[in-house]
Design a protein. Structure first.
Lengths: 435, 262
């Protein structure tokens, strides 16, 4: 039996919210359709995790935040995310749902790059947003949470890289939920036109250890022919937040999408990261890392869907589990009929630090084509005694030896994050969580 | 140079209830090089592992004392910081940890907090040692022992010996997997540490070959978990020429191995 939960917002509220943001008619309609669907669709069913009793409906929907005058003087909570000695040229900071700071270099503006918050993008680049928003990657009618997202979207950014524009400096976003009760229904769209390239890195930050709220995040990435998108993220929602995080990519002919996701939430989390390899010769490298602790339950699904010819999909999941946490890692390679010469590899490895934690790694191959290569590896284990012995035999204390081994275990993902300050920030988070 | 003494007395060691060492007594002082020889399966590597504190070996009787302090009371890392070093026969591979980071952590483990080795000084020392061992500098940025050849692993062990400057080192089959050129390079490095720091050393080998390059002051032969013969460098030469059979005959030993169930 499926239990349906009533959404605590009505048409009137949605219409009013949409009006406040001066949204076009199609957006208001899309929201209302989302609301209707949310009241009839069930929650998603992530493999091996029951999320029916998680809080997805109790939250405050709207909250504002103050502007930040200068990156040289960001609030204390953001200090670890911004290199004050080398301030980023291209950054958007959302504080609750307000744009607190937004910058894009003159050079990139002149090249036609768009990097702005989602509400501004809907106004200034309406046709582009309409083309990509909940159309080809994620749709509103998949389940309750995508429908709810469509209805209640209250923040996000839009990134657009025109044809042949190659950007070598990263675009950075900080999504800061300063208000402990506010929910974030964040929507990120990254579009890389033909033969362009971009590196985008996002951070989610909140502090609600006792107040309960929700994050419902959707990111849609489109890499057109010969484009390359590197997508980095560090999620760190506090323990009071229940998170649904859906990051999807579509790669067209000879396009590349690289994901490096640090999924460091403290609360219950269901995360999916799917890449559709639509084009011939398209490829994806999907890396994710998590450290679970406390009593949180998490479910991570990474999937590559091979449609075009000669596609390559690599999934690497690494998890360290501490305390009484539970985490499920599903790595799926799906090769459709006609996806000749596809290669799909999945690797999921879990390191258990506590006897009370539970972890499960499930590599899955779904193959409907003959001429393919595929492979998978999975392991759930503890820190190797012989490694500890070796490090200790050089004078390194047991604690420090464990620390080195854990960081080493996570390094293949952490090292892929393209911004040094964010890499360091993730390392610090790992440090704090494995103690 | 300080004067260091490692005293092993009547050491009995078991693994999973199976006694491997049956009363080993040895004293190693600063500057002294002791070779422990013997055929395979006689307990040589067990001695090395027991001194360092390998978690699978149990000391059932006897003592190990370094400069008057009870080594058996110490954790593995405390033994290392007290001055012991083991160049391992099969060093672990540690993915994601660069050799350079590992070396720096090892050096800093011996220093007080706030007195960590400066990056410049560390790189200078490491580069010097890498050159001496003719190791490609890229190795420092590779993950520790991961994908290293047998020879690279051995050189990496000696690299650590050079940088950590222990009081007493145990070299466990450091010659295996090394060709003659590499053997010379490694031996030169060990001899240099010996000269410069007054290192005391226990060299475990079953070939005399290594001892042509690193001259021992004492040679001990282990069979059946006991030292059955001790002598000077000339004993190793005799073993090279005549093998171990004459010792077995002299002592009436038929099977020199230990701990292997029939």
């Amino acid at each position: 039996m499926t239990t349906l939960t009533q959404v605590p917002f009505d048409n009137k509220y949605i219409e009013q919210f949409s009006k406040e943001h001066n949204e076009p008619k199609w957006m208001t309609t899309l929201r209302l359709e989302g609301l209707e669907l949310a009241n009839s669709l069930a929650l998603p069913k992530p493999d091996k995790t029951n999320i029916n009793r998680w809080n997805f409906t109790q939250f405050k929907h709207s909250a504002k935040g103050e502007a930040i005058a200068s990156l040289k003087d960001v609030p204390e909570q953001l200090k670890d995310f911004v290199d004050e000695n080398n301030v980023p040229e291209n950054i958007v900071i959302l504080r609750n749902q307000s744009v607190a700071y937004s910058a894009l270099s003159k050079e990139l503006q002149d090249k036609g790059v768009v990097f702005t918050d989602i509400f501004t993008a809907i106004k200034e680049h309406e046709e582009l947003v309409k083309k990509y928003y909940l159309t080809d990657a994620v749709t509103k009618d998949e389940h309750n949470l995508t429908a709810l997202h469509a209805a209640l979207m209250n923040g996000g950014v839009f990134v657009y890289i025109p044809k042949n524009v190659q950007i070598d400096v990263p675009l950075q976003t900080l999504f800061w939920q300063e208000d402990n009760e506010a929910a974030l229904f964040n929507h990120v769209i990254v579009v890389a036109e033909e033969n362009s390239s971009v590196t985008y890195v996002e951070n989610y930050i909140s502090h609600n250890d006792s107040e309960e709220t929700v994050s419902n995040i959707i990111a849609e990435v489109f890499a057109h022919d010969h484009a390359k998108v590197s997508f980095g993220a560090v999620d760190h929602f506090a323990s009071g937040t229940t998170s649904y995080i859906n990051r999807r990519g579509v790669a067209y002919n000879n396009a590349t999408i690289d994901w490096a996701l640090g999924q460091m939430n403290e609360g219950h989390t269901v995360s999916e990261n799917v890449t559709y390899l639509e084009g011939n010769g398209s490829n994806v490298n999907a890396r994710t890392v998590t450290v679970g602790r406390g009593k949180q339950t998490q479910n991570f699904t990474a999937k590559t869907v091979h449609v075009g010819l000669d596609t390559d999909g690599q999934i690497l999941q690494r998890g360290v589990l501490n305390g009484r946490t539970t985490a499920i890692f599903n790595a799926i390679g799906e090769i459709d009929n006609g996806a000749t010469r596809a290669n799909a590899e999945q690797e999921s490895r879990v390191l258990m630090l506590s006897g009370e934690a539970r972890g499960d790694a499930n590599p899955i191959l779904l193959i409907d084509e003959d001429d393919v290569t595929a492979g998978h590896a999975a392991s759930v284990g503890r820190i190797d005694d012989m490694q500890l012995y070796y490090l200790q035999s050089r004078g390194i204390s047991k604690e420090e030896a464990e620390r080195l081994i854990i960081h080493g275990f996570l390094a293949p993902v952490v090292n892929e994050l393209p911004i040094e300050t964010i890499k360091n920030q993730l390392s610090q988070l790992i440090e704090g969580k494995v103690k | 140079m300080s004067e260091n003494t490692l005293e092993i007395k009547d050491l009995h060691v078991s693994i999973e209830g199976n006694e491997i060492l049956k009363g080993i007594t040895l004293t190693i002082k600063s500057g002294e090089f002791h070779a422990v020889m013997g055929p395979n399966g006689t307990g040589k590597s067990t001695l090395a592992a027991a001194i360092m504190g390998h978690p699978k070996f149990e000391i059932t009787k006897g003592s190990i004392v370094l400069n008057g302090e009870d080594v058996l009371d110490m954790e593995v890392d405390e033994r290392a910081r007290a001055g012991l070093f083991l160049a391992m026969q099969y060093p672990s591979e540690i993915s994601g940890v660069t050799t350079s980071d590992f070396l720096r952590s090892s050096i800093n483990a011996r220093r007080e907090e706030g007195d960590e080795i400066s990056l410049m000084k560390f790189i200078k020392e490491m580069d010097g040692a890498l050159d001496e061992l003719e190791i490609d500098k890229n190795m420092a940025q590779r993950y520790l022992n991961e994908g290293f050849s047998g020879g690279e692993k051995k050189r990496n062990e000696i690299l650590q010996l050079m940088l950590l400057k222990p009081a007493i080192a145990i070299l466990d089959e450091i010659d295996s997997g090394l060709d003659i050129d590499a053997l010379k390079i490694v031996s030169d490095a060990v001899n240099k540490v010996r000269e410069e720091t007054g290192l005391g050393c226990l060299i475990i080998t079953h070939y005399q070959r290594l001892l042509n390059y690193i001259k021992p002051d004492f040679v001990h032969v282990i069979m059946q978990g006991r030292v059955v013969k001790s002598g000077g460098a000339e004993l190793a030469e005799k073993l090279e020429k005549e093998g171990y059979e004459w010792i077995k005959e002299e002592l009436g030993i038929e099977d020199e191995t230990v701990g292997q169930k029939a």
